[in-house]
Design a protein. Structure first.
Length: 184
């Protein structure tokens, strides 16, 4: 169930992305308080959505609680992360998903901790941005029923560190002033 070949997804939404960054940064284990590598997956545009209710927002690029990892991507992650990033059951989430584990004590490190404030993938300054390493893995990769999240800090990291050029904002069109109706 943890790896997907993309066959058993009738009636499900699927998100395909051109590639991903396998992110790595050091974090502190909540249990043993030692420094440990932590991993995350960031989708890279362009995205294509099948069967979803809402349009794709390319800034909602951080994958969280990945239940079904594309098989080709799972192999590459195992080669890079070893046993520190693997499927396991979360009682808090009530689901089996790919999560981080401490390299020292093997404690589960939930996605809320990893991606939330003070987590390794919530950089506040240039030094914290520089501490995040990324390995680009070219796809396409197809995720069935993905859980993605917006992270302004990580979108800025992606754009600044990896040369993503955004189109300039559209200029506001001046509105014509209305003339008051006669007799008003």
């Amino acid at each position: 169930m943890a790896e997907s070949e993309g066959n058993d997804d009738e009636g499900s939404a699927a998100l395909t992305c051109a590639g991903v960054y396998l992110l790595q940064a050091d974090g502190t284990c909540y249990s043993c308080k030692q420094s440990t590598p932590m991993f995350g997956v960031m989708g890279l545009p362009p995205f294509a959505l099948e069967g979803g209710e809402y349009p794709v927002d390319e800034d909602e690029c951080m994958f969280r609680e990945i239940v079904e990892m594309p098989a080709q991507l799972a192999e590459a992650i195992r080669a890079s992360a070893g046993p520190c990033f693997r499927p396991d059951f979360s009682r808090t989430a009530g689901a089996l998903y790919w999560m981080n584990h401490c390299k020292h004590c093997d404690a589960k490190q939930g996605d809320f901790f990893i991606h939330g404030p003070d987590g390794p993938f919530w950089p506040y300054d240039e030094a914290q941005m520089d501490a995040i390493q990324a390995t680009r893995l070219d796809g396409p990769f197809r995720f069935v029923d993905p859980s993605t999240a917006y992270s302004g800090a990580m979108v800025e990291w992606r754009d600044r560190k990896h040369g993503v050029q955004r189109p300039p904002p559209k200029a506001a069109v001046p509105r014509k002033k209305r003339k008051p109706k006669a007799g008003a």
